[in-house]
Design a protein around this ligand. Structure first.
Ligand code: SF4
Ligand code: FES
Length: 251
């Protein structure tokens, strides 16, 4: 079966490290199969650019399966594009129409300095994890895990928060460039489990302090983060983070 193809006009942000100003450059993506992913479409454009001795568009990616959190760009003003709970690598070209114009920009946040084109430095998120996103209590071997009964409700709450892949779309979507959804997911998935409780207070204080030091903005309950999160992390986690933080500060 021959798959349908579409032609697109792309307006892509181009900027090198050290360059004060970037610009949107126009490219034409021709005969793009609707079965391709968005990243595969950029691969095709890059092949053409390379053949014509032009510099390819720099973008981040790794698994291309929606699990690693490496991909991400703002597509027509939406982080990871307009499809709900979809990473950029899982966004397929069948969701676009022939002759569409697509504007592609990097995540924009003071805490995410631009590296090149669509690639930004998200190491601020790693620093937050390093500050407390772990447990250091001895949890024993795999068999010991079964000796600690955890209700289904708690397990599901922890799993839902643990679904965060650290992509940074929540920061890009937030008008304040806040990282609260990311931090809340990382605090919550440990805080609700008994293994995470011994260090819960220390953890939430350290992670929130690190978030502030990295230059992320404050949360003002816009909920844009929840709307754009590819893993469906709920702002309920932000409420849990606030409760954990207040408990830690006043205990
Ligand atoms: S909370 Fe969602 S949008 Fe934010 S980093 Fe995690 S997966 Fe990405
Ligand atoms: S490349 Fe891994 S989530 Fe998109």
């Amino acid at each position: 079966m021959i798959s349908k193809t579409i032609n697109l006009t792309l307006k892509v942000w181009r900027q090198s490290r050290g360059e004060k100003k970037g610009r949107l450059e126009t490219y034409h993506a021709k005969d793009i199969s609707v079965d391709m992913s968005f990243l595969e479409m950029i691969d095709v454009v890059n092949e053409d650019l390379t053949k014509n001795r032009n510099e390819p568009i720099a973008f981040d990616h790794d698994c291309r399966e929606g699990i690693c959190g490496m991909c991400g760009a703002v597509i027509n003003g939406r982080a990871h594009g307009h499809e709900k709970e979809t990473t950029l690598c899982q966004l397929h070209m069948r969701h676009f129409s022939d002759n569409d114009t697509i504007v592609i920009e990097p995540w924009r946040s003071r805490a995410f300095p631009l590296i090149k084109d669509l690639i930004v430095d998200r190491s601020a998120m790693d620093k937050i994890i390093q500050a407390g996103g772990y447990i250091s209590v001895n949890t024993g071997g795999a068999t010991d895990a079964n000796a600690l009964p955890i209700s289904r409700e708690i397990a599901e709450t922890a799993f839902n928060a643990a679904a965060c892949i650290g992509c940074g779309a929540c920061v890009a979507a937030c008008p304040n460039a806040s990282a609260m959804l990311f931090v809340s997911a990382k605090v919550s998935h440990l805080a609700v489990l008994p293994q995470g409780r011994p260090e819960a207070a220390k953890r939430v204080q350290a992670m929130v302090r690190q978030m502030d030091e990295c230059g992320f903005g404050n949360c003002s309950n816009e909920a844009e983060c929840e709307m754009e999160c590819p893993k469906g992390i709920s702002i309920v986690e932000i409420a849990r983070l606030n409760r954990e933080f207040l408990k830690a500060e006043f205990s």
